[in-house]
Design a binder for this molecule. Structure first.
Ligand code: PA5
Length: 347
């Protein structure tokens, strides 16, 4: 019997309650949608953040680009703002805890360069600095791991930018997204393995190293999110790459027989992937099938791009959670991440 069929064993492993946070994600999305703010005019958009606080910026960049927003959008995971970030660049400084030093450093530089600036945080030094400097704050609820707050770290930013897009279309897409997520919360949370793709993925990944392939059409950063969720929830190595680039280098590593039992490949597809990417995905799948016993393929649910993006991301949240249960580790704590932060703060 696997842990997920035994509620007592499950509660013993998921001691910190990650499953509850996953189940509540649709409600979080609904709350997050109410937190939008007015944004000033801008020429470029920069979203600064790290780890679980940066991925919402990636989703924003992908979504806005696919919707045809012609302004350049950059996600900055670093201490330093690039030189092009100036007073015509709208900067979102995003840190769930409010205490991440890279994000605080970018915030201070953005203040110095007189960028229009919005802070997104649940508290910490970022909230304090925003208040002291009269910076607009999107204040989000504290008390959960940053990676479980993706709704709060992505959706208020998207809704704030609604005036630049087709407002009706976005609202329709958001309503569909909520419906899809609500349905998936029940399916991924309750369905037995035979009917539950999240449990099936976890079984296929168990005791192997998951490699996740997206494409730069929509799913590359979802693959990255899955990788990070597997790392943090299941404490397992995982790797992500994207088409078309991976077919120019990474595929050469597929052939080495000794590695073929170590890795398991999962392709993250999208129903609107452009023809050229579609062909490349199909060819890659065929080559992988010739070399490996198991090649997995998944796709987001829903018609709108937002539902497809967030539902695919949500599947990675649940499957990494189930992988943690298979390994018998509490999904929530991230002791090595905390240790690095503690040692940096002590210097
Ligand atoms: O998932 C995590 O805990 C990390 O990736 C954090 O998000 C990252 O270290 C940045 O911290 P914060 O999100 O508080 O800015």
């Amino acid at each position: 019997m696997t842990h997920w069929d035994d509620p007592k064993a499950l509660a013993e492993i998921d001691r910190s309650g990650m499953s509850k946070l996953l189940r509540e994600f649709p409600e979080q999305a609904a709350q997050a949608w109410k937190l939008a703010v007015d944004v000033p005019e801008f020429e470029r958009l920069a979203i600064c953040g790290m780890g679980g606080s940066a991925i919402g910026g990636d989703f924003l960049r992908l979504y806005l680009a696919r919707k045809g927003l012609s302004k350049p959008i950059f996600v900055i995971r670093n201490y330093a703002l690039p030189p092009f970030v100036d007073e015509k660049t709208l900067v979102f400084a995003v840190s769930y805890s409010g205490n991440t030093e890279e994000t605080l450093s970018c915030f201070e530089q953005a203040l110095g360069r007189k960028c229009p600036l919005i802070a997104v945080t649940s508290g910490g030094k970022l909230a304090q600095l925003a208040q002291e400097n009269g910076v607009r704050l999107i204040s989000i609820p504290p008390g959960v791991p940053p990676r479980a707050a993706l709704g709060y770290l992505f959706l208020p930013l998207l809704k704030s930018l609604k005036p630049l897009l087709d407002a009706d279309e976005i609202e329709e897409e958001f309503s569909e997204t909520l419906e899809v997520l609500q349905e998936l919360a029940v399916r991924y949370g309750e369905a037995p393995e035979a009917k539950n793709p999240a449990k099936q993925l976890a079984q296929a990944w168990h005791k192997r190293i998951p490699v996740l392939y997206g494409s730069d059409h929509l799913t590359d950063m979802v693959a990255w999110r899955w990788k990070a969720q597997i790392n943090e929830n299941a404490k397992s190595p995982a790797y992500a790459h994207a088409l078309p680039e991976l077919s120019h280098n990474e595929i050469m590593g597929w052939e080495w027989p000794e590695f073929q039992t170590a890795f398991v490949y999962t392709l993250l597809r999208d129903l609107e992937e452009p023809r050229a990417l579609h062909r490349r995905f199909e060819l890659c799948r065929k080559l992988l099938e010739e070399l490996y016993q198991t090649v997995l393929e998944v796709q987001g649910k829903g018609e709108g791009m937002l539902a497809r993006l967030l539902s695919l991301s949500y599947l990675g949240d649940w499957s990494s959670y189930y992988l943690a249960l298979l390994y018998g580790v509490d999904p929530t704590p991230v002791p090595l991440i905390e240790e690095i932060k503690k040692r940096l703060a002590a210097r």
